[in-house]
Each structure stands twice: as structure tokens, then as C-alpha cells.
Design a protein around this ligand. Sequence first.
Ligand SMILES: O=C(O)CCC(=O)C(=O)O
Ligand SMILES: [Fe+2]
Length: 249
Amino acid sequence: MVDPLARLAAHEVSSAQLTEAREHLAKYGFTKLSFIVPEELKEAVAAEVLNLVGEAGVRRDLRFAATGNTLRRMRNVRRDEVVERSTVIPAVYESEALLALLSKVAGEAVLPCPYEPEQYVITRLEESGDTHGWHWDDYAFALVWIIECPAVEHGGFVQCVPGTTWNKENPEIHRAFLAGPTYSASFVPGDLYLMRTDTTLHRVYPITGGVRTIINMGYAATTDLDRHISHETMDALWAESAPAAPHIR
Ligand SMILES: O=C(O)CCC(=O)C(=O)O
Ligand SMILES: [Fe+2]
């Protein structure tokens, strides 16, 4: 079998593709990036994700005051469990070849997240009403790999409001909606997208059928390394056993 990471190092993308992606990211807060890795690597990552989510996933059903009490109803596998049980995913996350391509799309350095629990997480939406509700992320970028996804009739598509910022004490997400247009994008298994997640309010539309499985790889911008970042929503989200409604006010 060909080593999927060797394939990644040799993977070529055109400067036209990178330029188009950079412009889309700057305008819409996200860009589809399905060309950024070879198909063999997508297959290897998908195989590890599906294996992990079957073995180690934990159901969550939480609301967070820090994002205006929006819902997280999902199954997750945390970063530590991924590291223990897989080989390809941790290596891909740190791949210099991938980081260099992402940095070209972002127009600035895209760096591994200094806070390990936020480096990657697997999320599966599997029951009617499951959703990753409106939120911003703690770090600047997310690379999301779509492994399984229902047809749009059953929800599961991504919505976002670029150019918005997160005040954790007073999130005012309704004001963020009024600040600019909300964009919606659907993806299919095998797609990847990059989002500027600290300044793009985003969610996954609730599903009414099918299964949606992704792995989200979180990355930092240079400015994230200098400022203090609190991790309360993510720490609660990925806690060992989901506590009863920890953040409801
Ligand atoms: O599932 C997605 O497409 C987005 C996931 C997300 O926003 C997150 O994990 O923070
Ligand atoms: Fe997010």
C-alpha cells in the first residue's frame, strides 16, 4: 500500500486553485478545499474516523451561555482518544506540506493549535435534531473533513456569518446575524473546507435523517499565540462525561 502521507508530501495543487480559495475565504469566511489532499489520504482519514467514532464516541447534549445558549447535540471523539487509537490523523495534522498549503490559502501562517484538546475532534450527528449550534471557535482556523453527510433535505449543511467577533461575556449572536449576510454551503463526503472560525459565526443545520460525520482540525494564527485564550466551551464539550447543563443561565 502506498503511504498516504508520502502522497500528501508529493501532492500538487495549482496556484489558480489556491488563489480562488484564498479569495473565497476572505469574502465568505470559509472555502471548500477538497483539492488540498490526495484521495488516498481522504480514504485513510475516513477509515480511522469511522473506526474511532464507533469505538470511542460519547453523546453530548449541551447549551452554552458563551454562545447565546445555542445547542450542541452530537457524538464526539476527543483528541486524546484519537491520538491513542490512530496513526494517520495525528501525522496529517502536523504535516508541514499541509500547513504550507493552508497558509497559502489563509494568506498568513496557519499553525498547530498550542492547546492540544482543540487540535482535532470527531463529531457525528446521528439523531433527528442533532446539531452543532451557532458558535465561534477559540482558534483562528478550522479544516473540516466531511466523512459522511446526509442529503440537504435532511439538513447537515453549514451556515456562517463572516466578519463577526466573539465576546464570550456577551455573545449577542442576534446582532451578529444583523451585521451581515448569512451564507449556507452543502458538502458531500470527501469534501474539505477551511473556515476562519474566530471571526465567522457558524453552525451545522440540524439533521432530520441520515448521519453526518466529520473531523475538525483546529489551527492557530500567529496572533493566537500571543493572547490569552480561554477554553470553557470546548473543555465542557469534550469533558469525560457530559455534565448536566453546565453553562445554562
Ligand atoms: O461540522 C462542521 O462542519 C463544523 C464543526 C465545528 O464548527 C466545530 O467543530 O467547531
Ligand atoms: Fe466551529
